[in-house]
Design a protein around this ligand. Sequence first.
Ligand code: HC1
Ligand code: SF4
Length: 572
Amino acid sequence: TVNITIDSKKLQVEQGLTILEAARQANIKIPTLCFLKDINEVGACRMCLVEIKGARTLQASCVYPVSEGLEIYTQSPSVREARKVTLELILSNHDKKCLTCVRSKNCELQTLAEELNIKELRFEGETNNYPLDDFSPSIVRDQNKCILCRRCVSVCKDVQTVNVISATERGFKSAIGCAFDLSLADVPCTNCGQCISVCPVGALREKDDTDKVWKALANPELHVVVQTAPAVRVAIGEEFGLPIGTRCTGKMVAALSKLGFAKVFDTDTAADLTIMEEGTELLNRIQNGGKLPVITSCSPGWIKFCEHNYPEFLDNLSSCKSPHEMFGAVLKSYYAEKMGIDPAKIFVVSIMPCTAKKYEAARPELSANGLADVDVVLTTREAAKMIKEAGIDFNNLEDREFDDPMGEATGAAVIFGATGGVMEAALRTVAEILEGKSLDNIEYTAVRGTEGIKEATVEFGGKKIKAAVANGLGNARKLLDSMKDGAEYDFVEIMACPGGCVNGGGQPIQPSSVRSWTDLRAERAKAIYEEDASLPIRKSHENPIVKKMYEEYFEKPGSHKAHELLHTHYTA
Ligand code: HC1
Ligand code: SF4
């Protein structure tokens, strides 16, 4: 440890900490703007300046390491004036249309302006005027709101290893953008939305599709149904001020029902269906010498990453559509028949923690009988906006169940929302098929947790299965490179977002002041596993609705009809 003083408070702190971290431990708040722990620690914005006795200039505390005897002042007059000037300069070239900004009240710049008591802008002058980039199906970029913090650049380059946005030009003309000023729609962006999740302001946001849903809901000709992804229920509460990791399944269903959807369904039901199809595919490939490993295909950001960077693995992808796409296809076939509704009049809305799902839903591969499986994808954030706009008092809603006749799902399906969940759900089913009996021990903890790459070897009925799980595209890259170098697996799960869907690019955004010090992925995943443990049925093959669907319609997993509706094929 080393001895330092901060604002005359004597402290003993661990060596290796930055001043910012040491101050935080002592409950002394230093404002930050570009800082995001483990992702962006560059000292670029100069908001976290402190005075150090003996130093000639003020120093950025987020990158300055503590050392013996340091005397630090976080609130001296020169520090306070420097921060104010810096912030006013940033504000002078910022499009300040807060009233119509999606991030209003959840904007780190707005919060700082309030906290630093900015009362007037002394440096109003020339401003940049960039065109809006809204050509991507998922992501909108508004450079006029960008404050050049570079968090998006770091997450895209270092965490996701996609590297399609970077700093261009210098000085007043400095900007963040794609090479040659291309749109995000025209570069190998995966639509993962991780750049949105880290943006402190409104410079990056999802393509807003709420109007399409309002319009459909108002159309008496349409039967408008909604389905919700596993990860949405453990995060949507954050939009209504509830603590991170609050399970809100019942309230979420009640709110959507109040919005006017004819039925509220659970994507988890289709996740159970996916396990039946994917498990069968895996066993077939193992038993008949097919292409191994089978790699999961439910994360559309991962699919696009694979197409651009690892086309040699496209044949390894499971042919299963992702669960919400399967559900869309089932709703426009089996359900339509059962209910006597014209499939063309069924309008399917998916609420997803994901921005890439917007892109996925528009892919021609994901349709059947000339109809797109899913009509509109909304993020968790957009769903919350609709609930607020409708004046629904979310926190005081009575819990409600998903609707019949498709409203049943298992614990295996809900864990899809956390990294390792698809793997665990599949193992729960594959194990019982190979062992030929019901098993009690169904928790595969080796594939749980937020570690980037996880491995496990399991043995069922004398058959060894080597499994690997990667979350975040940087980790996917590492795993795929190791496979190119000879690492062998039977089954591989890849999710584009670090932590899996719970940390998807469409989930509620937490500011750096929270995100830097709380592991969002772990907190939300904990709620997911609690939900699993609370459910009466925890194995996909025991889902009564899925069983009924096979009896009444699909016959058996991997049948001709199943292939027609539930499977697809990706080519580069
Ligand atoms: Fe996911 Fe999925 S779990 S992809 O990871 O397979 O988005 O939450 O809905 O479709 O079920 C996302 C989550 C989600 C699908 C399922
Ligand atoms: Fe990079 Fe993902 Fe943002 Fe695209 S969506 S720019 S891949 S972080």
